[in-house]
Design a protein around this ligand. Structure first.
Ligand SMILES: [Zn+2]
Length: 133
């Protein structure tokens, strides 16, 4: 968003969670006051970021691979798509193309392996083909 005409200071902060915080101040005192106000809301901003992070981690099966964060070794989502399909079998396919192999542990604690439909449209996805050992 464009800065107001009377802006003397513009501060753009990107939080560790990726939230952009844009501050516009008309003078140094105004800037100081706004930074203090922002500081008092930092915990609240961090909390909402945690909520969004939890939501994005809660649905790994339907999320496209681009939303995964391979650069974050600390987190271990329960349904990390595996790049190592079982040996000996060619990937099955559906009308959307070659299926994607996924394995993990369900919320009920049950391990699963499956070939997921590659369609990015959740409403248009075929049922997964489950892999039984
Ligand atoms: Zn499909």
């Amino acid at each position: 968003m464009p800065a107001p005409d009377n802006t003397a200071f513009q501060v753009n902060i990107k939080s560790p969670g990726g939230t952009l915080l844009n501050i516009y101040a008309v003078n140094a005192a105004d800037l100081s006051q706004k930074l203090e106000e922002l500081e008092s809301h930092a915990a609240q901003i961090g909390a909402i970021e945690s909520v969004f992070a939890a939501v994005s981690n809660a649905a790994p099966i339907s999320a496209p691979p681009s939303t995964q964060s391979p650069s974050n070794p600390g987190s271990r989502p329960s349904a990390t798509p595996s790049s190592a399909p079982p040996a000996g079998g060619a990937a099955p396919s559906c009308s959307h193309g070659p299926r994607r192999y996924k394995q993990g542990v369900s919320k009920a604690g049950k391990p699963y392996k499956m070939w997921a439909c590659p369609s990015s449209d959740r409403n248009n996805q075929c049922p997964p083909e489950w892999v039984n050992d």
